[in-house]
Design a protein around this ligand. Sequence first.
Ligand code: G3P
Length: 217
Amino acid sequence: MKFFIDTANLGDIAEAQALGVLDGVTTNPSLMAKEGITGAENILAHYQKICDLVDGDVSAEVISTDFEGMVEEGEKLAALHPQIVVKLPLIADGIKACKYFSDKGIRTNVTLVFSAGQALLAAKAGATYVSPFIGRLDDISTDGLNLIAEIRQIYDNYAFDTQILAASVRHTMHVIDCAKLGSDVMTGPLSSIKGLLKHPLTDSGLAKFLEDYKKGN
Ligand code: G3P
């Protein structure tokens, strides 16, 4: 399973990259705003910085909600760097734009996916990635992980190439459950990746090994 980090924070991206397990980055307008990155030119410059930090795919989201606007924005984003994946919302024009980019060989990430039917549409339109938001479904007492299982079954039934990118991952159990269900990718905060390191028996075991080593030397 690929690990993406879901942030526009350069420090967090650099820390995950240094750990050696990072496969890419996802961002969205809210994450950009959280880092104080505003205005089209600043946002493009920030994507460039992210691409310089990591080796993998970097999802960059369009703001337009009409087909023409999405195409214009997406082409500008894709031209910025070969690592950029154009992120499009799952609305009718987003699906049309996904098909347009897919036919041109430009990679896409269809976002704001909350149902299996929406994921089926994204795959039909040739999306590279589909982003079901599992945490936001959990927030409204709906099983987000069940959506991952449904999409996995549908994509496997028809051998769709679209990769399932579990988004709105909030914690380590989401990461582990997504891996069990066969999600191709997960994107979450740095804490969801670093949390996988933690086990008290690792800490106490290492402390004992070091203590015993000191006794013998
Ligand atoms: O990138 C979109 C998604 O990951 C948002 O996550 O935590 O705001 O629901 P969250």
